[in-house]
Ligand binder design. Structure first.
Ligand SMILES: *Cc1c(COP(=O)(O)O)cnc(C)c1O
Length: 426
């Protein structure tokens, strides 16, 4: 039913359709466990022969309803929630790569994801080659190896705001028989639906716009169902029997649901990064207003970016909604209705002026967050990206003077007045 409705309607209603006499609002099933009348029936659940709930580490009705809503928004066939965006990106890659494998990743990615890949997953024996998002097709193709299992990138990178040429990355991935995984946290499916451009798997930090109110850390993984895992022998975890599940072969048993079923049955079972049903409920509530909020974030950010660009104390502004921005042309193609509420800019006078500016803000708060209802600012080089060397900062597109401004949904004139007075004192 859900696919026939506009995305704005699916934000409000998809994923939960109560029957006669059932609660109108998605119930919080705050239960770790589920009762059955025979142990034989429960055994069939354990063998994945029957659908049903048995333990919340694997599945929970509240979580599943919210995952189904996000799946509908992205236009995918199957989805799951995780307890954080970090867990989502880890699962999304680890589900199809193990020791000895290799991944091609955009270098313009969230600092936490960069550490996850270049430090922690490297310790697990998975190698990464990082490429600039504006890499030529030739150079991109040259990054692949025989053991490459996926390509990873962010559709709109945090915090460098590179707009991904999704079709270029999808073409290269598919030419080498591997899927394109994209983190679509910043645009959200309201502004960009990567499956339409050839991406195969989408991940989210739902902590950001999806929750939208900065109440709950969370993540999601959505499968388009479009990638054929059986086209080559690169994905034995999906196409050969899983001994930890009585010899089930995921692609045979679950078809287009294979990837998400494996991530749930194997990774969630063993690693356990499940969100609490209460957090999933809050996420579901946030999703109801996602379309409204994203639209306001973008309208406000456009005005703020134009204000900053005209201000004499501002050295540079990068917002893909500005014609002067390097991401403008790609944004027009992939995110024509808006990118996000996030702007990066530099204040004249470098690092010190940036700090003075931030310390004088009154309405906008300094927080380690981005993409929620309240306007906030962050200096990535001294916070989220402080583990990175100057060379790595450069490669990730995060200069030492970069201020990340996350424009909220307050009245825009109040946001601009606050920036104005702080700039005067910078
Ligand atoms: C915040 C963020 C993450 C990490 O998500 P958490 O929910 O904080 O674990 C991953 N990717 C992007 C693009 C992010 O902005």
């Amino acid at each position: 039913m859900e696919k026939n409705y506009h995305i704005n309607t699916n934000c409000v209603q998809a994923g939960y359709s109560p029957k006669n006499g059932e609660p109108r609002v998605l119930p919080i099933v705050q239960s770790t466990t589920y009762k059955y009348e025979s142990s034989e029936q429960m055994g069939r659940l354990f063998d994945l022969e029957e659908n049903g709930y048995f333990y919340t580490r694997l599945q929970n009705p509240t979580n599943d309803a919210v995952a189904a809503r996000i799946t509908a928004l992205e236009g995918g066939v199957a989805g799951m929630l995780t307890s954080s965006g970090q867990a989502a990106n880890f699962y999304a890659v680890f589900n199809i790569a193990s020791a000895g494998d290799h991944i091609v990743s955009s270098a313009a990615i969230y600092g936490g994801t960069f550490n996850l890949f270049s430090v922690t997953m490297k310790k697990l024996g998975i190698d990464f080659t990082f490429v600039r998002p504006d890499v030529s097709e030739e150079e991109l193709n040259a990054a692949f190896r025989p053991n490459t299992k996926a390509v990873f990138a962010e559709t709109l990178s945090n915090p460098s705001l590179d707009v991904l040429d999704i079709e270029k990355f999808a073409r290269a991935a598919h030419a080498h028989g591997v899927p394109l995984i994209v983190d679509n946290t910043f645009p959200t499916p309201i502004n960009c639906r990567p499956f339409q451009f050839g991406a195969d798997i989408v991940t989210h930090s739902t902590t950001k716009y999806m929750d939208g109110h900065a109440t709950s850390v969370g993540g999601a993984i959505i499968d388009s169902g479009n990638f054929d895992w059986t086209q080559n022998d690169k994905f034995p975890g999906l196409t050969t029997p899983d001994e930890s599940y009585h010899g089930i072969t995921y692609t045979e048993r679950f078809g287009k649901g294979a990837y998400i079923t494996k991530a749930t049955a194997q990774l969630m079972r063993d690693l356990g990064s499940i969100p609490s049903p209460h957090n999933a409920f809050l996420l579901g509530l946030g999703l109801e207003t996602l379309a409204l909020r994203v639209q306001r974030h973008c309208e406000n950010a456009q005005k703020v970016a134009e204000f900053l660009e005209a201000h004499e104390k501002v050295a540079w502004v990068d917002y893909p909604g500005l014609p002067s921005s390097r991401g403008y042309a790609l944004a027009q193609k992939y995110m024509p209705h808006g990118t996000s509420g996030v702007i990066s800019f530099g204040v004249k006078g470098g690092r010190e002026a940036a700090t003075r500016f931030m310390d004088h803000l009154e309405l906008a708060a300094i927080v380690t967050h981005v993409a929620d209802a309240r306007t906030c600012v962050l200096h990535p080089a001294s916070t989220t990206h402080r583990q990175l060397t100057d060379a790595q900062l450069e490669e990730a597109g995060v200069g030492p003077d970069l201020i990340r401004l996350s424009v909220g949904i307050e009245y825009v004139d109040d946001i601009i007045s606050d920036l104005q007075q702080a700039l005067e004192q910078a």
